[in-house]
Design a protein around this ligand. Structure first.
Ligand SMILES: NC(=O)c1ccc[n+]([C@@H]2O[C@H](COP(=O)([O-])OP(=O)(O)OC[C@H]3O[C@@H](n4cnc5c(N)ncnc54)[C@H](OP(=O)(O)O)[C@@H]3O)[C@@H](O)[C@H]2O)c1
Length: 300
């Protein structure tokens, strides 16, 4: 059986699979996406779901963990080496996408990491590390894509923040701060790029079971016995890490992203999960002092 026939048998709704120019159809009509942090967790789940939806996805990360993959309906994942903090690497990847497809439809900024520790125990350099990838890396990637989207007259950008950007958590102050920055940045971006046909939204997941927990760094001083915060910090972050590992599957966040990309109007803020929507609603309506008291009760 020919490849095209096999492809059609697996997905009969894809009438183009039988079309003699199926490959050209794929190249020009399938959506092309760049997903940063595409080798693990939410980024990997998003890249895989996009591929299953027939999209061609460049999954960018510093370490390549898989080969090029193909789905039955013509979707593809190209794992690609790219450090979001390296402007040259980012520009090269965008150029490669434009050479291979002549367009870019979707950018999802998932690359990220976390640092924990009391504010007093965290040096400015360590705090800057938190902002480097999660904020400036995202900014550099978006800056490289905006001229492309503007020239095309379309494009969709998804940034990944966290519920911690709305409800800050103790001993992850810089993580909470960077995620609040991502939210504000995305809202301002939406107002600027709207007239050019470009849309953006900010996804704010709660606890999600990924490698994020294992790759979290701790401020050096916070690990020392001399830290006045050590015990409370270990207790709070320990609880947060257990919650992450018992949290949502990254595929749930990916489905949420894809569903909203298909909508004519993307919302500016997406909070996956009914429970987290409820917590955010409470945080936005209850007095700040009461919300902080609740967070302390949960973690401290
Ligand atoms: N897990 C949660 O509970 C949770 C909750 C809310 C929000 N989030 C956010 O979701 C995003 C994704 O996190 P995750 O949970 O999926 O974590 P993850 O499984 O650790 O994935 C992080 C990804 O980012 C990549 N990455 C890190 N630094 C990079 C850099 N400089 N350049 C390019 N890629 C880089 C990693 O690959 P390499 O190391 O190979 O580069 C990896 O693919 C993060 O922004 C995180 O803050 C996570």
């Amino acid at each position: 059986m020919s490849n095209l026939k096999k492809r059609w048998k697996k997905n009969p709704s894809n009438v183009f699979a039988f079309y003699p120019f199926a490959e050209y159809y794929n190249r020009f009509f399938m959506k092309v996406a760049l997903v940063t942090g595409g080798s693990s967790g939410i980024g990997l789940a998003t890249a895989e779901l996009f591929m299953q939806a027939g999209m061609h996805v460049y999954a960018a990360s510093r370490n390549i963990r898989s080969e090029i993959r193909l789905s039955a309906n013509g979707g593809k994942i190209y794992p690609i080496r790219m450090d979001v903090n390296n402007i040259t690497e980012t520009k090269n990847v965008i150029e490669r996408i434009l050479t291979e497809y002549g367009k870019l439809d979707v950018l999802v900024c998932c690359a990220g990491n976390g640092i924990a520790g009391a504010i007093e125990d965290t040096t400015v350099d360590e705090a800057m590390y938190q902002f480097e990838t999660c904020f400036w890396g995202m900014v550099k990637t978006i800056n490289a894509c905006l001229p492309v989207f503007r020239k095309q007259g379309y494009g969709q950008i998804v940034t990944v923040s966290s519920v911690a950007g709305i409800i800050p958590i103790p001993f992850q102050a810089y993580y909470s701060a960077v995620k609040a920055a991502v939210l504000s940045y995305t809202k301002a971006l939406a107002m600027e790029i709207g007239p050019f046909g470009i849309k953006c939204c900010c996804v704010m997941p709660g606890d999600t079971k990924t490698n994020f927990t294992a790759t979290r760094r701790y401020a050096e001083n916070s690990k020392k016995n001399t830290s006045a915060y050590r015990e409370r910090m270990m207790h709070a972050v320990g609880k947060m890490e257990r919650d992450e590992q018992n949290g949502m599957q990254p595929e749930k966040i990916a489905r949420c992203i894809l569903r909203h990309l298909h909508r004519k109007e993307m919302p500016i803020v997406i909070i996956p999960g009914i429970d987290y929507k409820f917590y955010v609603l409470l945080a936005r309506t209850l007095p700040n002092k009461f919300v902080l008291w609740l967070v302390e009760k949960i973690y401290l």
